[in-house]
Design a protein around this ligand. Structure first.
Ligand code: SF4
Length: 187
């Protein structure tokens, strides 16, 4: 797997101060994607043990609240496999720090119903993700007021609760539709 960037002290992609990894490769090709240079799986640099160590080290201070995986598409099958050693190590060393991921794939219809049935590594990978922001970016539904998302169709999912209950459980930071286009953020 290649990656585009490791962003330290990121405050935009999940709660608190985090380390964010932008992976290379995305097959969704959303119209007006914020990061089209990341679509190419060969873009950026190779992700190696050195980068895993760099991320682990960056997360050591108490004020770093977790790791965020985005891209590109962390849930492209090849990327999931490559990210597995990283998420395992993060949870082993920092069990109280959260792992967030952003994906254009839908958690229920594509990740659980298709990928998790096809690939053992998906079943493994998803166990380490605390929160998933899912869904492709829809320019027609772009909304700067929905926290952590670019468009209103995207959802913030509590992955661990969803796995426990075998049903989709939204994270409290998701928004609820109040009618029309009005959204409210639950804290
Ligand atoms: S899923 Fe994300 S990275 Fe991929 S095309 Fe859509 S907005 Fe861009």
């Amino acid at each position: 797997m290649n990656y585009m960037e490791i962003k330290k002290y990121d405050i935009a992609n999940g709660p608190g101060v985090r380390t964010s990894l932008f992976v290379s490769g995305c097959t969704h090709h959303c119209k007006e994607c914020f990061n089209p240079e990341s679509w190419d799986f060969k873009a950026g640099k190779e992700f190696t043990e050195k980068e895993i160590d760099e991320i682990i080290e960056s997360m050591r201070p108490d004020y770093i609240k977790g790791l965020t995986l985005l891209g590109g598409e962390p849930f492209e099958p090849a990327n999931q496999e490559a990210l597995l050693p990283l998420v395992k190590k993060v949870k082993e060393l920092y069990p109280n720090k959260s792992i967030w991921a952003f994906s254009g794939y839908l958690f229920d219809k594509q990740i659980m119903d298709v990928m998790a049935k096809k690939y053992d590594f998906t079943k493994d990978f998803i166990k380490y993700i605390d929160v998933l922001v899912d869904g492709e970016f829809h320019i027609e539904e772009k909304d700067l007021s929905v926290v952590y998302r670019g468009s209103r169709n995207q959802r913030i999912i509590d992955v661990q609760k969803s796995l426990e209950k075998c049903e989709l459980v939204l994270h409290p930071k998701d928004a609820v539709r109040l009618g029309g286009n009005k959204w409210e953020v639950n804290e």
